[in-house]
Design a protein around this ligand. Structure first.
Ligand code: ZN
Ligand code: ZN
Length: 343
């Protein structure tokens, strides 16, 4: 039997950007920033709060809690732009048997016994990021919200919009199955950008004004621009996408810059209190993202295969679950060698 302190992890769209060379990380690092695991060893002085064998998650973003940025409340920007993102960026990440979590007291969140690994796997990044799009957009009860792209992050933004009390939630995606999932996650209406004029449709649905909040969850010029053009005067564009190349805001899309609109960007909120809140949402039946994991892999050796599937969006994949060898799953012990499963 292989030992592994990481019991579950997954692959993120950002990892695909990294592998394609669109986002530079420190060369030679192990990637992966979505860890679920068991404490194997503790650093000095942590025994009063943690114990070996405890099940834990850490956010994709692991702030120190005491630098200039952390103390100014922007934990994700710990030590400077994007500095809170360490796993698979500036230190080794979660696609491994073991993972070192720095600043453990700020970042290790104990998983309540009643929650399975599968139930918390989406929390370190996807849930925290997607929901933050709704939070940063400051969605108010009764708002109309458009979410551009219904991939994993966009779907979680849709969930966030529902949790924040939006009345009309417009999910936009060219893929029919993603639009169907969007409806299950809280979209009240969906639009296919390849078969309609999204901006005109959104204006029509909002008495000609545009939405109160537009969430960009893809990271492309087209969706950014559509989001801008769909926004009402005084509205908020909440951007979650990871952009590469040049991003342009045409003057006519932002009313020459005079329409009291705000563009806010957010990096995944991390830290153990954020993770506790996410787990609390799951525990009380307010958040269930297990159906986002469409494909399971039961060893780290299958990572290339999982990556291939995920990066090509093949076989209707949404997120993959990677469960390193011989760890107990909810169905008992996973046989070795285990095959790819799909659910
Ligand atoms: Zn990510
Ligand atoms: Zn910090």
């Amino acid at each position: 039997m292989k030992r592994s302190s990481i019991t579950a992890t997954t692959i993120c769209g950002t990892d695909v950007h990294i592998v394609k060379g669109e986002y530079p990380v420190r060369p030679g690092l192990i990637l992966g920033h979505e860890p679920v695991g068991v404490i194997e060893e503790l650093g000095p002085g942590l025994e009063d709060e943690y114990s070996i064998g405890q099940r834990v998650i850490a956010g994709a973003i692991t702030p120190c809690g005491h630098c200039f940025y952390c103390l100014n409340g922007v934990h994700s920007q710990c030590h400077g732009p994007l500095g809170g993102w360490r796993f698979g960026n500036t230190i080794n990440g979660a696609w491994a048997e073991y993972l070192l979590v720095l600043d453990a007291r700020a970042n290790l969140a104990v998983i309540p016994d009643q929650l399975t690994d599968e139930q918390v796997l989406m929390l370190p990044d996807i849930a925290s990021t997607g929901i933050s799009g709704a939070e940063s957009g400051n969605i108010r009860i009764g708002d109309s919200v458009a979410v551009f792209a219904q991939g994993p992050i966009g779907l979680c933004a849709t969930v966030g919009a529902r949790l924040r009390g939006a009345s009309q939630i417009i999910g936009i995606d060219p893929l029919a199955d993603r639009r169907t999932t969007a409806t299950q996650f809280g979209a009240t209406v969906t639009l296919d950008p390849t078969s309609c004029d999204v901006v005109a449709e959104i204006k029509r649905m909002t008495d000609g004004r545009g939405v109160d909040v537009a969430i960009e969850a893809l990271g492309r010029q087209e969706t950014f621009e559509l989001a801008l053009r769909s926004l009402r005067a005084g509205g908020v564009l909440s951007s979650l996408g990871v952009y590469s190349g040049k991003l342009v805001a045409p003057y006519d899309a932002i009313y020459a810059g005079l329409a009291d609109q705000r563009i806010v960007t957010t990096l995944c909120p991390g830290g153990k209190e954020r993770m506790r809140r996410m787990m609390s949402m799951v525990m009380h039946g307010r958040l269930d993202l297990t159906r986002l994991v469409t494909h399971d892999f039961f060893s780290l050796e299958q990572l290339p295969e999982a990556f291939e599937l995920f990066s090509h969006a093949a076989d209707g994949v949404m997120k993959v679950g990677i469960y390193p060898a011989s760890v107990p799953s909810k169905d008992g012990l996973v046989p070795e060698p285990a095959a790819i499963g799909s659910r």
